[in-house]
Design a protein around this ligand. Structure first.
Ligand SMILES: [Zn+2]
Length: 322
C-alpha cells in the first residue's frame, strides 16, 4: 500500500502532493470570530480561491486549513476552494485554544474519549457539515487529514492534558498526524512529552509557531525529539531582507536537521492577503521566501525538501488508519 495524505477531495499519494503549505487559514467564519477577532474573519470562498489560485501560480499544490472543530471551520467551503483552484486542501479536526470557544462551550464539558471519537470520525468517516456547532451531526464525504491541539504555554493545564489525550485516542484510531499550536511559540517539548505518554511518536507531531521563540537551543531540543519543526512566522517579516526565522532554519540545516523542517505562512490576517488588498500575499512564501533561503546559502535541494518532501512525509497517514 502506498503512503497517502488525506485531503478533502480524497486520498493523495505522497509523491503527488507537490509544494505544500502545512499551516494556513483558508476559511475562518463563525459568530465568535466575527465579534472578537474580525481581522482574521475569512468568510468568502471566492476571495479565498483567488488567493489560493495565486499560490498555485507559483507552484503551490497543497495547503492545510488549520482551523479545527467548532471554531470557524467549514469543510464545504474548503471543498469549493479546492475544486475552484485544483489545489489539494487538507482539513483538520481537533480543538484550538480555549479563546476560540469561551468558557461554557460544550467542548469544555466532555471527556477525552468523547472528544477523541468525534476527532476520529472526522478523519475516518467525514467532517460534520455543521462543524459540531449544533444538535445535528451530518457527516460530509470530505475527511480531515490532521488532528489539531493547542496548549496554553509551557506548563500543561487540565484542558491541555485532556485535549492531548483525546488527540492521542484519535491518532491511534485514525492514523492522522497531530498539528499543534504552541502559544507564543512555547510548550513544544511539553506537548511532545505528553503525547509520548499516550503512545504518540514524536515524528507524528508538527509543532507550529515555534519561531516566535528566537532561541536556537530551544529548536535544537525540539529537533532532538524527532518531531517536525513548523516555522510559520517569515511572512510577518516580509519587509526585512533577512527575517529572524531564516538564521534559525540555516542553523538547523547545518546541524543535519533539514529533513525535520516545515515552512508555512499561518496567514490568517486579511492584511497579508492580496485578495483582501493586503501584502505580500500568501504566494510570497513559495516565491520570494524560497529565493531568500537560497540567497542565505541554504542549498536548493534542501529548500525544495522544505516545501515538498518534508510536508508530504509529515502529513502521511499512519497505517493504523488507512
Ligand atoms: Zn494558525
Amino acid at each position: 500500500m502506498s503512503s497517502i495524505v488525506r485531503t478533502v477531495l480524497g486520498d493523495v499519494d505522497v509523491a503527488d502532493l507537490g509544494i505544500t503549505y502545512p499551516h494556513e487559514h483558508l476559511i475562518l467564519d463563525n459568530a465568535l470570530i466575527e465579534a472578537a477577532f474580525p481581522h482574521i474573519l475569512l468568510d468568502d470562498a471566492e476571495v479565498t480561491a483567488r488567493e489560493v489560485a495565486e499560490c498555485r501560480s507559483v507552484g503551490v499544490t497543497a495547503m492545510v486549513d488549520a482551523m479545527p472543530c467548532a471554531a470557524g471551520r467549514d469543510v464545504l467551503r474548503l471543498v469549493e476552494v479546492s475544486r475552484a483552484t485544483g489545489v489539494h486542501v487538507i482539513a483538520v479536526t481537533g480543538l484550538h485554544h480555549p479563546r476560540y470557544y469561551g468558557p461554557r462551550h460544550w467542548t469544555a464539558r466532555v471527556s477525552a474519549e468523547e472528544l477523541g471519537s468525534l476527532f476520529a470520525d472526522d478523519v475516518m468517516v467525514g467532517v460534520d457539515e455543521f462543524d459540531y456547532s449544533g444538535p445535528v451531526v451530518r457527516r460530509s464525504p470530505h475527511r480531515a487529514g490532521l488532528i489539531k491541539i493547542a496548549t496554553g504555554g509551557e506548563a500543561l493545564g487540565p484542558r491541555d492534558e485532556l485535549l492531548i489525550e483525546a488527540a492521542a485516542i484519535a491518532h491511534h484510531r485514525s492514523g492522522a498526524p497531530i498539528l499543534s499550536h504552541c502559544e507564543h511559540g512555547r510548550g513544544a517539548l511539553e506537548q511532545v512529552d505528553a503525547l509520548a505518554r499516550h503512545g504518540v511518536p514524536a515524528d507524528a507531531v508538527l509543532l507550529s509557531h515555534i519561531d516566535k521563540v528566537l532561541d536556537p537551543g530551544y529548536h535544537a531540543a525540539i529537533a532532538a525529539t524527532g518531531a517536525w519543526l513548523l516555522f510559520d512566522q517569515p511572512i510577518r517579516h516580509h519587509r526585512n531582507e533577512v527575517g529572524p526565522t531564516t538564521p534559525l532554519i540555516a542553523r538547523l540545516v547545518a546541524d543535519g536537521h533539514g529533513d525535520r523542517l516545515l515552512v508555512s505562512t499561518d496567514g490568517a490576517r486579511r492584511s497579508l492577503w492580496h485578495a483582501y488588498h493586503g501584502a505580500p500575499g500568501l504566494a510570497w512564501l513559495a516565491g520570494e521566501y524560497a529565493e531568500q533561503l537560497r540567497a542565505y546559502g541554504i542549498g536548493a535541494a534542501v529548500v525544495e525538501d522544505l516545501f515538498t518532501r518534508n510536508p508530504a512525509s509529515a502529513l502521511t497517514l499512519r497505517a493504523n488508519g488507512v
